[in-house]
Design a protein around this ligand. Structure first.
Ligand code: UDP
Length: 235
């Protein structure tokens, strides 16, 4: 499958149309951004690392009954995927308090949540991706009531699969962001799952092994991403 034309260039990936109308290629870049583009940089080999991690995770989720856009991994940086009509909702699932949950509600970082929280954000950079509830999503016309229910149910199922899977690899899945899209009448998990979109803490030391190292200038960013890749791929 070949890259025919560039459909979209995002912060971390390029999306290419292939000769098959139903298939696109996600090309993972090394570019890194945070705080809605206010902080920019590059993380060596991030594209290769995040593609490898995402392909492994999408394969595992697919094997466990989650419908995803993943088709195959043609090479190091590319993921062949079913084309999606992206739903403009970012679905964040949280197991442990961190990031905006701490800033917004005053939880102490590291507080284990009594049960996972699923949050919806409007995918709109101009508005800074505002937090919203189900009714906002429906009123804005970004998803139907039924679709919102499906997104939340899928996120909860995916969380229930990912938490023990990462625990076996000595990683604590603190929180993560998912995106979904429509494909031939079905909702599929899209985008990526990687240290760019998840918070991972080492299960023993609590060390942060994700994009927070870049956001907060903690150093050792490349090493953290490689360590997650090593554990995810079982290297
Ligand atoms: N996240 C993401 N993209 C976004 C916003 C959040 O991938 O545009 C991920 C983030 O990496 C974390 C989770 O979603 O794993 C929750 O992020 P949070 O709301 O705490 O925002 P942050 O503190 O990163 O601004």
């Amino acid at each position: 499958m070949n890259k025919i034309s560039l459909i979209h260039e995002g912060k971390a990936k390029k999306v290419w149309q292939t000769e098959d109308q139903d298939l696109i290629i996600q090309e993972f870049k090394d570019d890194a951004t945070a705080f809605n583009n206010k902080k920019k940089g590059s993380i060596a080999d991030k594209g290769v690392t995040n593609n490898a991690i995402s392909c492994r995770l999408f394969t595992m989720l697919g094997e466990n009954g989650i419908p995803t856009h993943f088709v195959s991994q043609p090479n190091d940086r590319d993921m062949l995927c079913k084309s999606l009509d992206i739903i403009k909702v970012e679905v964040v699932t949280r197991n442990v308090a961190a990031g905006s949950l701490v800033r917004r509600y005053g939880f102490a970082e590291g507080t284990v949540l009594a049960k996972p929280i699923v949050e919806l954000y409007l995918k709109d950079d101009d508005l800074d991706d505002p937090l919203m509830n189900d009714e906002h999503a429906v009123a804005l016309g970004v998803a139907t009531c039924e679709e919102v229910a499906s997104l939340k149910e899928l996120a909860a199922k995916i969380n229930a699969l990912l938490v023990p899977w990462f625990a076996e690899r000595h990683l604590r899945l603190v929180d993560f962001k998912l995106e979904f899209g429509r494909h031939k009448g079905e909702i599929l998990l899209g985008d990526e799952i990687s240290p760019d979109t998840c918070r991972f803490w080492d299960a023993e030391s609590g060390e942060k092994l994700d994009k927070d190292r870049f956001r907060l200038d903690l150093g050792g960013v490349e090493d953290a991403y490689s360590e997650v890749k090593r554990r995810v791929l079982g290297l």
